[in-house]
Ligand binder design. Structure first.
Ligand SMILES: Cc1cc2nc3c(=O)[nH]c(=O)nc-3n(C[C@H](O)[C@H](O)[C@H](O)COP(=O)(O)O)c2cc1C
Length: 114
């Protein structure tokens, strides 16, 4: 059994073998059904003392390489990411009764892109 099926996700993945494709499908749906900010998600970081901290941000872009959000580089979340680049994300679309959780490594986008 692959990981997708062991999580009971085979039904929601349908024909997608790629989680980004599934995200794209659900996000496009949420843009039509969610009253506010379908691009809002919670991002979790770990601070220097090892405490997890979570706050809302807005998704600005995504592709096969990852998800992009903007923030002030002097913010607490930026400091936390400098301490540990391991982060988590959680989208919740109430109108769809769906959430998508993501874990990964955060990095700065290029100067040109920012
Ligand atoms: C719906 C919503 C969207 C937000 N979007 C962003 C965002 O895109 N970037 C950001 O830096 N803060 C955003 N904020 C504010 C953050 O939640 C947070 O309060 C702020 O960035 C300071 O967090 P920090 O002290 O952990 O760095 C948003 C807040 C809400 C409620």
């Amino acid at each position: 059994m692959n990981e997708k099926n062991s999580l009971g996700l085979n039904l929601c993945f349908k024909d997608h073998n790629n989680p980004i494709k599934l995200f794209e499908e659900w996000f496009n749906k949420a843009k039509k059904t969610e009253i506010n900010d379908p691009n809002a998600f919670a991002v979790g970081t770990v601070n220097k003392k090892g405490f997890p901290t979570v706050r809302m941000v807005l998704l600005k872009d995504f592709d096969k390489n990852g998800f992009v959000f903007y923030t002030n580089l002097k913010s607490d979340k930026s400091k936390a990411i400098k301490n540990s680049s391991k982060i988590s994300m959680c989208f919740h679309w109430k109108s769809l009764q769906r959430q998508i959780r993501v874990i990964g490594i955060a990095s700065k986008v290029s100067k040109k892109r920012s």
